[in-house]
Design a protein around this ligand. Structure first.
Ligand code: PLP
Length: 255
């Protein structure tokens, strides 16, 4: 069986983000995706209306059901929704120190809608940061997690908080023509990549990137290779993304 990535992620009915993005991206990376569903959201490509988080015990039961059943190599988390779910994931990871862990620190949807109480989520993420093999914040999340505005200072603060490797995604910065991502390991910059900035807003681009990285790590790629492979793949699927309705965020075409 293909190496498996176990994702802790939420359902997005539009199919752009969340667990569907994870399943499609991990499948495209060559690995198998398993899901412990953290929340059912009510949203479309334009806005988040509400969400209901999975109770902690049920979330852990889902994850534990596939341990020993599937060849899990990597855990990936996206929307966790509640501090209870963050604590559940931390407990699960401590029980399985052999799993690599990709933490996509989702706080709000790209549409701006709430996916949890940002203030309490930020405090709870402190427990997950030292457990992660790689953290993939955009610059909005990086600033929120660290309370620092300057990107370099914020990145160093994340390492002081116990991070091992960080991919800082520059899509929210005001570089008009390009997006720069910076990969750091053990506090040192190890790679910078730039791609042209595509027109429009995308739903589920962060989920897709983190999941593809997790899928490549599960198959044995070194960190830098996994990230570069995922960036190239993501650019391709965003270029052919589909526009659902006028004003809707584009949905990456992952197949
Ligand atoms: N997970 C869920 C369930 C979501 O609904 C969203 C955004 O809407 C995300 C994660 C994060 O999405 P993105 O990849 O656009 O940051």
């Amino acid at each position: 069986m293909r190496p498996t990535v176990l994702c802790f992620s939420g359902l997005d009915p539009s199919g752009g983000a969340g667990l569907q993005a994870d399943i499609e991206a991990i499948g495209q990376s060559g690995a198998h995706a398993a899901i412990a569903c953290t929340a059912l959201t009510v949203q479309n490509s334009q806005q988040v209306f509400s969400f209901e988080a999975t109770p902690k015990a049920l979330l852990l039961a889902q994850a534990n059901a596939v341990v020993g059943d599937l060849p899990i190599h990597v855990v990936k988390s996206g929307m966790l929704g509640t501090t209870d779910n963050i604590a559940a994931l931390a407990e699960f990871l401590r029980e399985h120190p052999d799993y690599a862990y990709v933490l996509d620190p989702v706080l709000v949807a790209n549409s701006g809608g709430s996916l949890g109480n940002q203030e309490t989520l930020v405090k709870a993420f402190v427990e997950l940061i030292p457990l992660a093999t790689l953290i993939t914040p955009n610059t909005v999340e990086l600033r929120a997690l660290t309370g620092e505005q300057n990107i370099d200072v914020a990145t160093q603060k994340l390492f002081e908080m116990g991070a091992k490797a960080v991919l800082v995604k520059g899509g929210h910065e005001d570089t008009a023509d390009y997006i720069q991502n910076s990969l750091y390991a053990n506090g040192e910059l190890i790679s910078e990549t730039q791609c042209p900035r595509l027109e429009g807003e995308y739903h589920g681009s962060g989920c897709s990137l983190a999941s593809f990285i997790a899928g490549r790590l599960a198959q044995g790629d070194a960190l830098k290779n996994a990230v570069h492979h995922a960036e190239t793949w993501l650019f391709g699927v965003l270029k052919k993304a589909e526009i659902p309705v006028e004003g809707g965020q584009r949905i990456p075409k992952r197949f």
